[in-house]
Design a protein around this ligand. Structure first.
Ligand code: MEV
Length: 283
């Protein structure tokens, strides 16, 4: 029996999470670690998948009525194919889940790449990014698309919702140290909390998003110029604005302070916040 394989990468949002949901740009980087998927023909007429995490394994049937969101996400992705045959999948995650590193998107992209190989479908990374939005919506409700786009395309890029991705040339390597708070980060919940703040105070929160957008544009210039000191300062400022949106926690604050005291050029929450990861830019 032949086995098709696919990979998807995790991501760090260098600058611009949350405001990117509301049409502002973000600067993001793909991680070399992510998820892998294997697909082979199913022998029992059903499409099922085993998801292997560091601490657990989850078996699901692909169905839009599945109890587990992974089963519903798989059904949503399969619905983008014409009459897919029954298949057996194994998906391995190499990142912590629910930590702001794009684990769900990495899995979706890995599954899509393996399904395409198994079914003989040719697709560009950008087309895969569009396709896997169906998967991401199951988990995140209103995803901007930055996670699945970075999972499919990788590298460093300037992302604006609904616009073609703009790859960014990195003048000097970015050495990032990622710290996990040990707290779970729930993207859907945190995106909902920010949307509520925007609804209550559209002017103030809109201006805050515009301020983040300015940091993102300057961050792109800093990356292109190899000005790591400037990028670090922009990260610190972005972290302050994310804290103002109540997306940091005492633990994440401690990690950011510890990184800066140890000589990091900047440190910030990455992803949805409220827990999950921060990262620091090393000199
Ligand atoms: C999550 O990694 C990034 C958020 O901006 C949500 C999104 O863009 O869909 C918080």
């Amino acid at each position: 029996m032949t086995t098709a394989r696919g990979v998807g990468c995790g991501k760090v949002i260098l600058l611009g999470e949350h405001s990117v949901v509301h049409g502002r740009p973000a600067l993001a980087a793909g991680l070399s670690r992510g998820a892998t998927a294997e697909v082979s023909a199913s022998t029992d007429g059903l499409t099922r998948a085993r998801f292997v995490f560091d601490t657990a394994e989850v078996d699901v049937l692909a169905s839009q009525d599945a109890d587990h969101s992974l089963g519903r996400a798989l059904a949503a992705l399969l619905a983008t194919y014409t009459e897919p045959p029954p298949m057996q999948l194994t998906v391995r995650l190499e990142l912590p889940a629910g930590a702001g590193l794009g684990a769900s998107a990495a899995m979706g992209v890995a599954v899509s790449a393996a399904l395409d190989q198994h079914l003989g479908v040719a697709r560009t990374p950008e087309e895969r990014a569009t396709q896997t939005l169906a998967w991401e919506r199951v988990f995140h409700g209103n995803p901007s698309g930055v996670d699945n786009t970075m999972a499919a395309v990788g590298g460093v890029a300037f992302f604006t919702r609904g616009q073609p991705l703009e790859p960014v040339r990195v003048r000097r390597p970015l050495v990032l140290v990622i710290g996990h708070s040990g707290e779970a980060s729930e993207t859907k919940l945190m995106v909902g909390l920010v949307a509520q703040q925007l609804e209550r105070e559209p002017k103030r929160i809109g201006e805050l998003f515009d301020a983040i957008a300015a940091l993102v544009r300057n961050g792109r210039l800093a990356v292109e110029a190899g000005d790591l000191r400037a990028l670090g300062q922009l990260m610190d400022m972005n972290h302050g604005l994310l804290s103002a949106l109540m997306l940091s926690t005492p633990r994440l604050e401690d990690l950011c302070h510890a990184a800066r005291e140890a000589g990091a050029l900047g440190a910030k929450v990455t992803g949805a916040g409220g827990g999950g990861c921060m990262f620091a830019l090393a000199a």
